[in-house]
Design a protein around this ligand. Sequence first.
Ligand SMILES: *Cc1c(COP(=O)(O)O)cnc(C)c1O
Length: 359
Amino acid sequence: MAEPRAEVVIDLDAVRANVARLVELAGPAETMVVVKADGYGHGAVEVGRAALEAGASWLGTAALAEALQLRAAGIDAPVLCWLDAVGTDMRAAADAGIDVSVSTVEQLKAASGARLHLKVDTGLGRSGCPAALWPELVRAAAESGERVHAIWSHLACADVPGHPSIDAQAERFARAYGEALVAGLEPRRHIANSAATLTRPDLRFDMVRTGIAGYGLNPVPGGESLTPAMTFRSSVVSVKEIAAGESVSYGHTWTAERDTRLALVPVGYADGVPRLLSGRFSVLLNGERRPVRGRVCMDQIAVECDAATRPGDEVVLFGPGTRGEPTATEWAETIGTIDYEIVTGMYRSRVSRAYRGRR
Ligand SMILES: *Cc1c(COP(=O)(O)O)cnc(C)c1O
């Protein structure tokens, strides 16, 4: 097989270390590791296994299909999925032993045997039962005879510690819990994402649901040191010299002030390098940060290099930062997004994925 043009390398030892730290922080609450969107672009099955080895006891997904993929790979730990299309086959969830989320009485009626987590909207304004309808939902759930494992909710601003909405959501969650008890349920509770797990011990309840932190990216500035698990690498395909005054790439946005050596690297915006980074980023090439010149194209970038650079030399686009390479967080900050979007966007057909660390 030909060398891949580019690959993401996932360090499963880093995932295990991050998850072990989260499990330790969360205890005695259980830890669910969220592996939606193919494990935030890291590989749901591989990350799921590593997370369970590191002490997580649950996995979480958005779509039922993602949860079924874990079962198909032989993962038999508890799995919750929480967001699905109309007409989702709830029987398939029940048959596979997958817990599902329910936000309405209609969904409750369709549940057909899968264990349930009732979701209350405490202020995110997305899915979840509105507070006004909650007493009716918990009453219907209690009367239905369906198994209700937990009530749960999701926070809007946990990544801004001290944001007033966090306490407001916590208060509404407490009220919703009281109403569930009144209805005769004895549910567990979960509301904390990574940011809340790291900053709000009082919100860990019976389980935390950590996503991004397990992948080594910290949603709250400073604090816990985690190890980013994903490295995005490629290699030089060719090297050439251009004369002073010549320009590079579409739009000629960059012009060489002196004779310049350029290394061509076969990754572009089709491979997950945001075009918005054009003119604003560098890569690690032979141990040095080297600027990328001109616009990011669909399939390639041009990196300023020195006379020692050769075809085949490794180029690290982002990684944990330990060798001086950029991080996904640095990319995100440069273009005004979050690192979640950078890593989750890295699952692309032209970029292969490899694993490092014990599998
Ligand atoms: C994605 C998600 C999480 C994980 O969030 P992080 O910020 O990545 O920790 C937790 N709960 C729900 C409902 C989610 O959709």
